[in-house]
Design a binder for this molecule. Structure first.
Ligand code: ADP
Ligand code: ZN
Length: 732
């Protein structure tokens, strides 16, 4: 490898990678004043100006007089070599074209804008004419942090006053107002601010992580511990160590609704809030975070999977909380698994990875077994909290009328809890009112016009919704198929219908329903969660959303309406997912001083997965599951890739699939096999017919180059789309 130059002088020929789908870097001349390797630049492309990154020396080989010049260098830190290597390796791994990868790494609005100004506040020189409580609080905040510049919002938040109080103080010269660039550094986090006294087990794990972080080298640790055992407390100590090393830390969370509670904990631990990165963050904050991460003005980022692609100046630690969560896999656009990419990125920049979970993925569990990852265990819940008692309710013995889902046994248990002033949760992993709407006159099930899926009634929204493409339409009163009036009937339960049943069963109870589609904004959801945590509801009815990490101290009973739901899929991970979800949901009960109970309604109490959940023999479950997969040669003991072909015309997709299956020499050369083509389980999405192929290969095979060569040979048309899913998580 050639050593990259330190600087390109004006006029030097450089290669610029743009975010346009060109597939390679284009040659340009360095602009007036020259530029650094990695500089973010604006370049002319045909009649347009586009964003790009100075990727390396130009290739030349054409009439150099025709080379155009870079228009300007943007006012942001150049991309580091480490980031370039990461993007290149991630692109190779996921078989993603580099421009698409680069788009992930430049997702900040207004990157090219000139820095704009905003007003900030600090202590002024005068004394106030009259002192009020509100004014005193403002002064207290400013005096305690004399070097700090506050935005109006930070100051009003911290002092608990209105903007007018501050403006009043500005008018008197008590508070000074000044203009600064909009993208200010984040407040400093203090690793010594307020550490908790850890239990012996927690301290052992925290020490081990701190020693690893202090080495400033790569390593991955599985931090396993039941819900409530203090994993968060422990990894915050690893974050503290990264801060002491003057390196940055990133905490990935699977669900934005979780960040609110987490931010509060970070503030309690380090004295200030970290930077946030997820879809709920405003455009200006996104740009600020992106820039400050690059300049070192953000020490800790809390975010969703795409936070992995921020331009960290010196990343020393990545925590992937709830590492088994399937939402870490991006299923659209660039298909990547944030957990795996976190390990890749850390291995390049010499950082530590902490994978935290109560129920690790089989991949991670077996990497720890194989010694590739270090494993740390937190055996017990913190304080008096004990693991919930998990029982099955055998639905074959319950007397339940049609269109009712809460068994008499579960109903009694809920009533007991409410009578004691405790909370109960009813869990069903299905959004909406009813999964199927059936016409009683003709037997037709209302389906989506664009997808091979039934429309789900959402009574709350008064609409039918397709969970594949998101298409909605008003709830009809007439059957779209036979025209019969008022004969449409809901079939099966969703979370909204369960809420309706609960309202009838428990008329006195305050019921809160939590489902991701019922809240207009992330903030509304956060508020609802906080309200519930404080005791603002007796019964919580929820989907998967509630399974993830929320802390409800009064909750002592969790009832799972349909524990068999996940067991029916043909999915390779069905057992693992059900096991994780049930353990996770059960873990919501009894987190504080009161012991909890989880009740699983099931028609198959003898199913091996249900038995493993009940007995709590986790290691036994993982070992059995690992044996099965090893035997079948499937992940993590073999490699897989999914190929999805889609086209408006089914035949066209099938023809290409057949061609690929017949011309599989590049795959066979490395010992890989191809299965299919077959219509995908969901054969149509958004009007496109879908055909799948599955590639299986032994572990350790260089699968990506073989696939690249294989699909490069396929002739394709504009209508056809081919996407490759390396290590697929879902098979729909
Ligand atoms: P996990 O991440 O494993 O679910 P948490 O870190 O959220 O566990 O801990 C569960 C609860 O117990 C939290 O409210 C946390 O603040 C509290 N807790 C855990 N360990 C300690 C400790 N050593 N001192 C005080 N509180 C603790
Ligand atoms: Zn649809």
């Amino acid at each position: 490898m050639t050593v990259p130059p330190e600087f390109y002088d004006e006029g030097a020929l450089v290669g610029v990678m743009t975010t346009q789908p060109l597939g390679r870097a284009l040659d340009y001349r360095a602009p007036e004043g020259g530029c650094y390797p990695g500089a973010f630049v604006e370049v002319p492309l045909g009649p347009r100006k586009v964003l790009g990154v100075v990727w390396g020396p130009g290739q030349g080989g054409f009439d150099l007089k025709k080379a155009r010049s870079i228009i300007r260098v943007l006012d942001v830190a150049p991309m580091r070599e480490e980031m370039q290597i990461f993007l290149t390796r991630a692109a190779d791994y996921t078989l993603t074209p580099m421009p698409a990868m680069l788009r992930l790494a430049t997702r900040a609005p207004g990157l090219g804008d000139a820095p704009s100004m905003r007003k900030v506040y600090r202590l002024g020189h005068c004394a106030p004419s009259r002192m009020t409580d509100a004014r005193a609080r403002v002064l207290e905040v400013l005096e305690a942090q004399r070097d700090q510049l506050f935005t109006l919002k930070e100051l009003t938040d911290e002092a608990g006053t209105s903007a007018s109080v501050i403006k009043g103080l500005v008018a008197q010269g008590v508070v000074a107002e000044q203009d600064t660039p909009r993208d200010l550094p984040f407040r400093r986090l203090d690793p010594a601010h307020a550490g908790k006294d850890l239990t012996e087990d927690q301290a052992r794990c925290a020490d081990a992580l701190q020693v690893s972080v202090a080495t400033c080298t790569y390593g991955t640790t599985l931090l396993r511990g039941v819900t409530g055992s203090g994993k968060t407390e422990v990894y915050l100590e690893a974050v503290a160590e990264a801060l002491r090393q003057n390196r940055q830390a990133l905490v990935l969370l699977p669900e934005i609704a979780l960040t609110a509670q987490f931010l509060t904990r970070v503030e309690a631990r380090f004295g200030a809030k970290p930077a946030e990165w997820h879809s709920g963050v405003t455009m200006t904050e996104r740009r600020r975070t992106w820039k400050m991460v690059g300049e070192g003005g953000a020490q800790l980022v809390v975010g969703a999977r795409s936070a992995l692609f921020l331009p960290y100046r010196d990343l020393g630690l990545i925590v992937v909380d709830e590492e088994h969560d399937s939402s870490y896999k991006q299923e659209e656009g660039v298909l990547y698994n944030a957990r795996d990419m976190a390990v890749l990125r850390a291995s390049i920049c010499g950082a530590q990875v902490v994978l935290a979970s109560a129920t690790p993925s089989l991949e991670t569990w077996s990497n720890a077994e194989a010694g590739k990852y270090t494993r740390l265990d937190l055996p017990a819940r913190f304080g008096a909290a004990v693991m919930p008692d998990i029982r099955a309710i055998d639905m074959r013995g319950e007397d339940l009328p049609g269109a009712r889902w809460v068994s008499p046994t579960l109903t009694r248990a809920v009533k007991t809890r409410i009578a004691r002033g405790e909370q109960a949760m009813l869990f069903i992993n299905r959004r909406g009112y009813a999964p199927v709407t059936l016409c009683r006159a003709c037997g037709n099930q209302i389906g989506c016009e664009h997808c091979d899926a039934s429309m789900v009634e959402h009574r709350f929204l008064k609409r039918l919704m397709c969970h594949q493409c998101g298409e909605t339409r008003p709830m009809p009163t007439v059957c779209p198929s036979c025209g019969a009036e008022d004969r449409l009937a809901p079939v099966g339960p969703g979370v909204e219908r369960l809420a309706e049943e609960a309202a009838e069963l428990f008329p006195e109870a305050r019921i809160a329903t939590l489902s991701s589609d019922m809240f207009g904004s992330a903030r509304a959801l956060k508020e609802q969660i906080a309200l519930i945590a404080e005791g603002g509801a007796d019964i919580i009815i929820g989907t998967q959303l509630v399974a993830k990490g929320h802390n409800f101290p009064l909750l002592t009973l969790v009832g799972v309406i349909d524990a068999d739901l996940g067991l029916q899929g043909s999915d390779l991970r069905a057992a693992e997912r059900t096991f994780q979800l049930m353990r996770q949901v059960a873990g919501r009960a009894g987190r504080a001083q009161k012991p909890g109970t989880a009740m699983l309604q099931t028609f198959q109490p003898d199913h091996p997965v249900i038995r493993a959940i009940l007995s709590g023999d986790e290691e036994g479950f993982w070992r059995a599951e690992a044996d099965g997969r090893r035997h079948a040669g499937v992940p993590p003991f073999g490699r897989m890739a999914g190929i999805i072909l889609s086209a408006p015309d089914a035949q066209e997709a099938f023809d290409l699939g057949t061609w690929l299956a017949r011309n599989d020499a590049p795959l066979r050369a490395v010992g890989a096999e191809v299965y299919g083509p077959a219509a995908a389980p969901i054969a149509r999405i958004r009007g496109r017919h879908r055909v799948r192929l599955l590639v299986k290969a032994p572990k350790g095979v260089a699968l990506q180059p073989a696939i690249a060569q294989w699909i490069a040979g396929a002739r394709s048309s504009n209508n056809l789309r081919l996407s490759v899913d390396i290590d697929p998580q879902s098979f729909y």
